[in-house]
Design a protein around this ligand. Structure first.
Ligand code: V47
Length: 337
């Protein structure tokens, strides 16, 4: 599939492309998980982000492990650990956290560090990305979240995240992770300064890398929330994009990324009702219970920060799909049909 063809899909009638995407899915999945943000200190200060340096905190290793323990007690199958680019953090911090979580809770999957964090910390520690990831894998890292991808076009990155790694570097970190057997997700932050062509290039590049490595699990389109961000303060972006654009982007993603196991409707950004609709427009995953969420809420999200399993099942059923609880890698652990 060429970039031009992907661009063309965005010109389709919303309901037609939605129907095409919906026909690709026979189920909707979710995971029982917890988000843990180990720090909000970030030297990159992206204009797209409202989370960085709000409180200036760094959690101690014990505190991160305690949060994982709480999640474990509530039945979490995954902990999602991300933060920022904090100059006071070194590789040993992550090694200790991962080792301790794995020692105490061997069946909880550690999904941690975005490709941009990996790039930043490897550079800071003066080791190669391969060595950095190998050490973390030895300590217990099993998967990586898809954050930091934003839009994989450098002219757009210059505006929304000028100090983060380039698109080529983001893709390279993911390629190396996949080669090491660390599977990952991929996101796309949309609804800011990017054009449809930029979104098409982003999807094209992900599809190509997936053809090469097969290491991506899930694709998560993220709706840009402008509140408290530099992009809003500078008058570059005022409002969130509209519902039709969100649904079309999810539908096109499902069609283009047919080599990904799932395309997600992230309820934190969409709210419960739109998540249900998105499941009829190509999303086959509604993320997880989360237990806490800071990044989107710092940027004005008014959705809850925690949903129960019952609620997630209700959303999936209301969308008319078979509902399944999954693990990080999209293996089904329980059906709720
Ligand atoms: O990379 C930052 C985004 C991402 C804003 O892989 C914003 O399972 C909207 O990647 N408005 C982090 N978005 C979240 C993320 C994620 C979430 C859920 C699941 C997974 C997964 C990954 O949040 C960042 C950035 O793209 N973000 N600021 C904002 N103002």
């Amino acid at each position: 599939m060429k970039v031009r063809e992907i661009e063309g899909l965005f010109d389709c009638n919303l309901h037609e492309i939605g129907k095409m995407a919906d026909s690709m899915n026979d189920r909707v999945m979710f995971v029982v998980n917890r988000h843990i943000n180990y720090t909000d200190v970030c030297v990159s200060k992206c204009p797209l982000c409202a989370f960085n340096n709000r409180e200036g905190y760094l959690l101690a290793v014990d505190e991160v492990v305690e949060r994982a323990r709480e999640a474990y007690r509530e039945g979490a199958a995954e902990v999602h650990i991300v933060g920022g680019h904090n100059p006071d953090v070194g590789i040993e911090y992550f090694e200790e956290i991962f080792r301790r979580i794995k020692q105490e809770m061997p069946d909880v999957v550690i999904k941690a560090l975005t490709a941009t964090e990996v790039y930043y910390y490897a550079k800071k520690e003066r080791v190669s990305v391969r060595e950095f990831l190998s050490r973390l894998k030895d300590a217990g890292l099993q998967a990586m979240p898809g954050g930091g991808a934003e839009i994989l076009v450098d002219s757009v990155r210059k505006v929304i995240c000028p100090n983060k790694c380039t698109s080529e570097e983001w893709l390279k970190v993911m390629r190396i992770a996949h080669e090491l057997g660390i599977r990952s997700n991929a996101t796309m932050l949309f609804g800011h300064v990017e054009t449809i062509r930029h979104r098409a290039i982003h999807l094209y590049r992900l599809r190509k890398l997936q053809e090469r490595t097969g290491g991506f699990i899930s694709f998560i389109p993220l709706v840009f929330h402008p509140e408290n961000t530099e992009l809003k303060k500078k008058g570059i972006v005022q409002d969130k994009t509209d519902v039709a654009d969100i649904l079309k982007t999810i539908a096109v993603s499902r069609v283009v990324l047919d080599n990904f196991r799932s395309v997600r409707a992230y309820w934190v950004m969409l709210g419960e009702k739109l998540t249900e609709v998105a499941v009829r427009y190509g999303a086959n995953d509604i993320d997880g219970t989360l237990m806490e969420e800071k990044i989107t809420h710092a940027a004005g999200a008014e959705t809850p920060t925690h949903l129960t399993v019952e609620k997630l099942v209700e959303i999936g059923k209301a969308a008319g799909k078979r509902v399944a609880q999954r693990d990080t890698f999209c293996n089904i652990v329980k059906w709720y049909t």
